[in-house]
Design a protein around this ligand. Structure first.
Ligand code: PXP
Length: 243
């Protein structure tokens, strides 16, 4: 299973003072030293954490692969097609949200695919970028994602993360969705809200091949340093994985 670390919140701390520390690029390199398989960042339209310059520096500095999260805004899609990260994950984006709250709504009016999303997928695939869609773990979203001929889906683990202490239902839903997505020919990723407490059960779902984890790892890195925070999560994922 691949473990990607999302370093957005290193940039959040820097942007709190609009200074040059802590540096998300240095953090990304530390993640790699500790065994991360890749780095995830979200270039938001409001640039609240990662800046354009960070992206350029990340592309030059990291030795693993970059997963760029983005919405379908033309200028951001343009930046992605110019920088050509290994992977792009389309996410919904609303300015007023604290974090990405739900998966993509893959339908526009009349149940047709969102034309902006269709065009953005084509633009990125044309330049050889692997494309993933961040979706809720439900059958309809999975079928629509498969129809859009993307390479992968990232299943939103937010509901699971919010309820994992109270109910097994969200984990069962994730497991069913993972089986369904794989059967539809999609690579299966997962993320959002995963922590040192709740990642194990998700990592044990065999169909899931990639996890993207940010806030919890960056939070722990404040207490123990980035390399230890990443190795602890890496070990936890490995322990949960039987294959
Ligand atoms: N995956 C996606 C698509 C996201 O939008 C985010 C948050 O930026 C994450 C994973 C990481 O979520 P968290 O920071 O809660 O681990």
């Amino acid at each position: 299973m691949r473990f990607y670390v999302n370093v957005d919140h290193v940039a959040t701390v820097r942007q709190a003072r609009r200074t040059d520390e802590p540096d998300p690029v240095a953090a990304a390199v530390a993640c790699e030293r500790a065994g991360a398989d890749g780095i995830t960042v979200h270039l938001r339209e409001d640039r609240r954490h990662i800046q354009d310059e960070d992206l350029h520096r990340l592309c030059a500095a990291i030795a693993t692969t970059l997963n760029l999260e983005l919405a379908t805004a033309d200028d951001i899609v343009g930046i992605a097609s110019e920088l050509r990260p290994h992977q792009a994950t389309f996410v919904p984006e609303r300015r007023e949200e604290i974090t990405t709250e739900g998966g993509l709504d893959l339908t526009a009016a009349a149940g047709k695919p969102d034309p902006k999303l269709v065009a953005a997928i084509a633009t990125l695939k044309d330049v050889g970028i692997r494309v993933s869609l961040f979706i809720d773990p439900d059958g309809e979203s999975i079928q629509r994602a498969a129809e859009l001929r993307v390479d992968a889906v990232e299943l939103h683990t937010g509901e699971y993360a919010n309820r994992f202490r109270d109910s097994d239902a969200p984990l069962e839903r994730l497991a069913r969705a993972a089986v369904e997505a794989k059967a539809a020919g999609l690579a299966v990723h997962a993320g959002h809200g995963l922590t040192y407490q709740n990642t194990g059960p998700v990592a044990s779902i065999r169909e899931i091949e990639e996890l993207s984890i940010g806030h919890s790892v960056v939070s722990r890195s404040i207490m123990v340093g980035m390399e230890s925070a990443v190795s602890e999560m890496r070990a936890l994922i490995a322990a949960a994985r039987v294959d």
